[in-house]
Write a protein that binds this ligand. Structure first.
Ligand SMILES: [Zn+2]
Length: 80
């Protein structure tokens, strides 16, 4: 795959990251031992019974100047 260079429009650095940010609600059924059917001795947050995503979005961030750009706008800009 061709390694196309993405340049920050603000500081011209080649230090861009695509960030995917998401919020989840984890549910654990209260049973006789630790909360959650999969938790027996201790409560482990990753052993959830149900996970609902409430929100998610993607954006581009420059790790040098910390500018943030909308992902869709940025991908349409790259060929200009
Ligand atoms: Zn920058």
């Amino acid at each position: 795959m061709e390694n196309k260079k993405y340049i920050c429009p603000v500081c011209k650095a080649n230090k861009l990251l695509l960030k995917h940010e998401a919020s989840y609600v984890y549910s654990y059924v209260l049973d006789s031992d630790a909360p959650g059917f999969k938790n027996k001795e201790i409560f482990s947050p990753y052993l959830y019974d149900r996970r609902d995503q409430t929100e998610s979005f993607e954006y581009i961030e420059c790790s040098k100047c910390k500018s943030k750009f909308d992902y869709d706008i940025f991908t349409s800009m790259k060929d200009v």
